[in-house]
Structure formats: C-alpha cells, structure tokens
Design a protein around this ligand. Sequence first.
Ligand SMILES: [Zn+2]
Length: 70
Amino acid sequence: MPAYCPIAGTCHTLLAFPFRMPDDPEILGRCPDCDESISRVWLLVEYETDDGDTGLWAECPDCDDVVAPE
Ligand SMILES: [Zn+2]
C-alpha cells in the first residue's frame, strides 16, 4: 500500500481505474458486448430512429467492432 495514501479505499478505487489516454468526457454509452465505456471520439454514425430517438453506431475500442452503445 502506498505510504502517501491516507485513505486506502480511495487509493484502491483510483488504482483500479484503467490507465489510458484521457477520454472525451462525453460518453456515448457502454459496449453491449464487453461493457467498455465508449466516448464520442469513437462515434461512427448518428441517426434518427423511427421513434424519433437518436440511434448511434460506434466502434468499441476494446472489441474493435461496431456496436450500438447502451
Ligand atoms: Zn466492446
């Protein structure tokens, strides 16, 4: 356990966070296959559904596959 850490639980939470390049703060959703958060930089297509909702297709950085973020 790091000596500089006053609260072990907080440190563990921070350490568990995946180390990666800073993501765009705007998260589209999660990959239905692997549960990876997909940010807007991975957005491929944005379209309007029959219901008037906005549908999304994005590339999952983990699966390297095109998915609909949930
Ligand atoms: Zn995925």
